[in-house]
Design a protein around this ligand. Structure first.
Ligand code: MN
Length: 430
């Protein structure tokens, strides 16, 4: 039984006024591409297969370390978060899975939660552990680190929490555990770089041992914050080192905001795939640091270049290509549902543009050492307005041609503002 949150009749009615225009734009795009020898329907099939997970925590308003400004009707528990993710999926049709975070998404009955998700049209993606903040009643504090802590009791508690997350994930039908730690230091000399990494590897080794064979452990690196001098898994080098030491089920997760400014992330993608360690992505965008802005809002070209490397990797070794895609953003000034829909559309568009690249022409130009011809092979795809294609995929799957207008007409948030408890003022970024 399904219990989709929005009326499908309303979405269909909304589409009916826009369908003819979209069909015209799609046909026009198809003609333009066929002159280049590209079959739009073949590209459409690739786009139909592409999907991204939404994180439960991005359905609430985010904040900065100064403040968080809640909006009326934002979700207050995992059930309400799932309902909001279902709205995103119903309108956008590219985000069929949700990634949960523990203990933020704690529930009494995870088998029941899995059924609740299924009824909403949602499955469950990677589970995320949290050892970067203390919870009420917890025996040891993470104030001086977790998986890399000098105190073995702290380490054991952090390991046990990650193993609990795996157990919950098994019930939910997840296939991966994402591990990000806030461990690091704020002062030169505060922490021994080598011994802290050794302790991290000891702890993650115990978690790895508890991982089912069909699962992956995704290691997420981050250069700074909350620690501002060093972090234990600071960059893709440290992440790769750890993943290689742990074993084949451990892979690296690339969060777009977790690098030094101007780092060539697309090259990191190629490198990680080359050694079989490209585990997945957390999509977001940034201007200055780990800003967690909406995907494609600041640098859509970078997103395209990342998908160019992904398309290349998939073509080179399709059997070894299975990255986990997820949005990881903090929505401080928008309705999170709108930001998730906008971001998913930007990510799908970047994927679609990369699928349009004439790879034979690109490879030939690279072999001929013709930089302009190679660049133009990318540019020719980047210039294409793929919005009719992306909207057509959405429409055919039951989503909304104009998701923003359909969402606002649904008055979902206004209705939820009447039903849901108000969120208390308070905490900023979490
Ligand atoms: Mn992340």
């Amino acid at each position: 039984m399904t219990a989709l949150p929005l009326s499908q009749d309303q979405i269909d009615h909304h589409n009916s006024a826009r369908r003819e225009g979209l069909e015209d734009d799609y046909a026009s795009l198809g003609r333009a591409l066929s002159r280049r020898g590209v079959d739009l329907d073949a590209i459409k099939r690739k786009v139909q297969e592409f999907s991204i997970a939404t994180p439960s925590w991005a359905t609430g308003r985010g904040g900065t370390r100064f403040a968080k400004f809640a909006i009326p009707g934002e979700p207050t528990n995992i059930h309400e978060k799932l309902a909001d993710c279902a709205v995103v999926q119903q309108l956008g049709r590219s985000t069929p899975r949700v990634s949960l975070h523990f203990p933020w998404d704690q529930a009494d009955d995870y088998a029941g939660l899995r059924e609740e998700g299924a009824a909403l049209g949602l499955g469950f993606d990677a589970v995320n552990s949290n050892t970067f903040q203390d919870q009420p009643g917890q025996e040891h504090s993470y104030r001086s680190g977790s998986l890399s802590a000098t105190d073995s009791g702290v380490q054991e508690q952090a390991v046990a929490h990650n193993i609990d997350c795996i157990e919950i994930g098994k019930t939910l039908g997840s296939k991966a555990l994402t591990v990000w730690v806030g461990d690091g230091s704020n002062f030169p000399g505060q922490q021994d770089f080598t011994r802290s990494l050794d302790r991290y590897l000891d702890s993650t080794g115990s978690i790895y041992a508890a991982l089912p064979d069909s699962w992956r452990m995704l290691l997420e690196h981050k250069m700074f914050e909350p620690a501002f001098y060093s972090t234990v898994i600071s960059d893709w080098g440290s992440s790769l080192m750890a993943a290689q030491e742990l074993g084949p089920k451990a892979q690296c997760l690339v969060d777009l905001g977790h690098h030094a400014p101007n780092v060539n992330i697309e090259q990191i993608v190629a490198r990680l795939h080359r050694v079989g360690k490209l585990g997945g992505f957390h999509f977001n965008d940034s201007k200055y640091g780990d800003d967690d802005l909406d995907s494609g809002s600041i640098n859509p070209h970078q997103l395209f270049l990342i998908f160019n490397e992904l398309a290349e990797a998939q073509e080179r070794s399709p059997e070894a290509f299975d990255p986990a895609y997820m949005i990881d953003q903090s929505h401080n000034v928008t309705d999170p549902i709108e930001s998730l829909l906008s971001s998913a559309e930007a990510i799908v568009s970047a994927f679609a543009k990369a699928a349009l690249i004439d790879r034979d022409a690109l490879h030939a130009a690279q072999e001929d050492n013709d930089p302009m011809l190679a660049f133009q092979a990318l540019r020719a795809a980047y210039r294409v307005d793929v919005s009719p294609l992306v909207a057509m995929v959405r429409l055919e799957a039951g989503g909304a041609i104009d998701w923003l207008s359909a969402y606002r007409q649904s008055a979902w948030r206004e209705r939820k503002a009447q039903e849901r408890k108000p969120v208390a003022l308070g905490a900023g970024i979490v």
